[in-house]
Design a protein. Structure first.
Length: 442
């Protein structure tokens, strides 16, 4: 039985396109071949990509024993016990343990901390200063997730956390830390000074997190942070997390919990500040609340929510999700063999004209006009592996955007067109969305 068709470009071109400008590659393939196509990522095997909501529904609701996440490439960074790497029963058990700490209700309890972090970021901005929003947001989002995960109260070892931030920066901005590259070139790079430096940063990160775990175990120190909740949590059989499991989940939360959100905030600023009517309507809505509005009240605002959703639609920072077939499955009339990776393409789904009128236009009000189903709008993936941090990310984006729109006058200053380019695991705006602060209010 034949596989779905492939685009005419060579596997080399496909891999290069994927590593540099994935949106362009995906759009080109859809245009040339249609909704279902096969891509040969050199070193990663065959991927069959889907952007029809019915096919995506089948994949997302499929048996987790058949549709594995296959995130093995991330093991050297996140560890074998990371939620992202676990499958089937162990994955289900771990999610049950962690999910309650990321529920909407739980997240709203952190509103004041998120607002405080947003205000501290803005207080640090000087009029006339020019900055890239992505980098600025990245260090703020890392600080925030670090604080939510570890607590960072007076008793915390702040030097250790500063060192941990440096490690994450070094790892995530390292030229060789591109997951598209690790599998293919890792062996060839081994031994080079840059590769060596990456290994050292990974080892240092591991040491710092383990030191924190050992200290908490020894002192019994607890707070209202996620680490405390996880240390005291028990699986249904009464067992609790081992040091290795705890290490892997803490690293996973720090890694997954900041770059995606920061990159999405940069896209939001890019779109809102380049569409003055959107900014005006957003500010008018925020003004209805008055100066003492709580973070929870802010997060209830309809238009603000739509602005965030529209940003995640038009620029899904994670453009595809993937599942590796453990046995043959029939999708879209093709009999796909075990070992093939099937991948719903979030980016192409979000650009479908039969779902989104003028999909290339930034128009937040579309989310006020209709509700989209889980297989029509899915920036956070879906099914049993839907993003654990979805409520946190949405809440963070709403509050950060609201505080910037309320307190700051800024001007975008990218001279060249802002293009979607790969930055490690996310698709980021080229140039990072540079802006100049014109006025900072209270
Ligand atoms: C705008 C921000 C974010 C976006 C767009 C995003 C997107 C995603 C996507 C597409 C997946 C894969 C889902 C799948 O395979 O079906 C995922 C998984 C995950 N995300 Fe997020 N994410 C964001 C923020 C966060 C935050 C703040 C956290 C931290 C708490 C987080 C933690 C995770 C975890 C732990 C998983 C793995 C879930 C599993 O395999 O069960 N994410 N995310």
């Amino acid at each position: 039985m034949p596989m779905p068709p492939s685009p005419s470009m060579s596997p080399r071109e496909q891999t290069f396109g994927w590593m540099t400008r994935p949106y362009e590659l995906l759009a080109r393939c859809r245009q040339e071949v249609g909704d279902v196509f096969t891509i040969d990522f050199r070193g990663h095997g065959q991927y069959v990509l889907f952007s029809d909501p019915e096919h995506i529904h089948q994949i997302l609701t499929g048996d987790p024993a058949v549709f594995h996440a296959a995130n093995g490439l991330l093991e050297p960074f996140l560890g074998a016990h990371s939620l992202l790497l676990l499958e089937e029963e162990r994955h289900k058990r771990e999610r049950r343990l962690m999910m309650p700490h990321f529920s909407r209700r739980q997240i709203h309890g952190w509103g004041d901390q998120i607002e405080e972090v947003a205000d501290r970021m803005i207080d640090g901005w000087r009029v006339g200063e020019e900055m890239p929003m992505r980098e600025t947001a990245q260090s703020v989002a890392l600080g925030l997730i670090d604080r939510l995960v570890f607590g960072l109260d007076g008793e915390a070892n702040h030097d250790r956390h500063d060192a941990l931030h440096r490690c994450f920066d070094e790892i995530l901005s390292h030229p060789h830390f591109n997951i598209a590259l690790i599998g293919q070139f890792g062996e060839r790079l081994a031994g080079s000074p840059a590769w060596q430096q990456l290994q050292e940063s990974l080892a240092e990160m591991d040491r710092l997190v383990r030191e924190e775990i050992a200290e908490r175990r020894a002192t019994g120190r607890r707070g209202d942070d996620i680490m405390s909740l996880l240390m005291d949590a028990e699986y249904e059989d009464g067992e609790s997390l081992s040091d290795d499991e705890l290490r892997d989940e803490l690293v996973t939360l720090l890694a997954t919990g900041h770059e995606t959100t920061a990159t999405s905030l940069a896209w939001a600023v890019h779109w809102v500040w380049s569409h003055p009517p959107v900014l005006e309507r957003l500010r008018a809505e925020l003004a209805t609340l008055g100066p003492d509005a709580s973070p929870s009240q802010i997060a209830e605002l309809d238009y603000l929510q739509s602005v965030v959703l529209e940003t995640l639609r038009i620029n899904p920072v994670v453009p595809i999700i993937a599942r590796e077939l453990q046995e043959p499955v029939q999708i879209a009339g093709y009999e796909l063999p075990a070992g093939v990776t099937v991948a719903p393409v979030i980016y192409l789904l979000h650009r479908r004209e039969d779902l989104y009128d003028e999909p290339g236009q930034f128009r937040p009000s579309r989310f006020l006009e209709r509700d989209y189903k889980h297989n029509e709008f899915m920036p956070f993936g879906g099914g049993v592996r839907r993003c654990l941090g979805m409520h946190l990310a949405l809440y963070e984006l709403q509050i950060l955007l609201a505080r910037i729109a309320t307190r700051v006058e800024l001007r975008l200053c990218d001279e060249e067109e802002v293009r979607p380019v790969r930055r490690m695991v996310t698709i980021a705006p080229s140039g990072g969305v540079r802006f100049e602060v014109e006025r900072v209010g209270a």
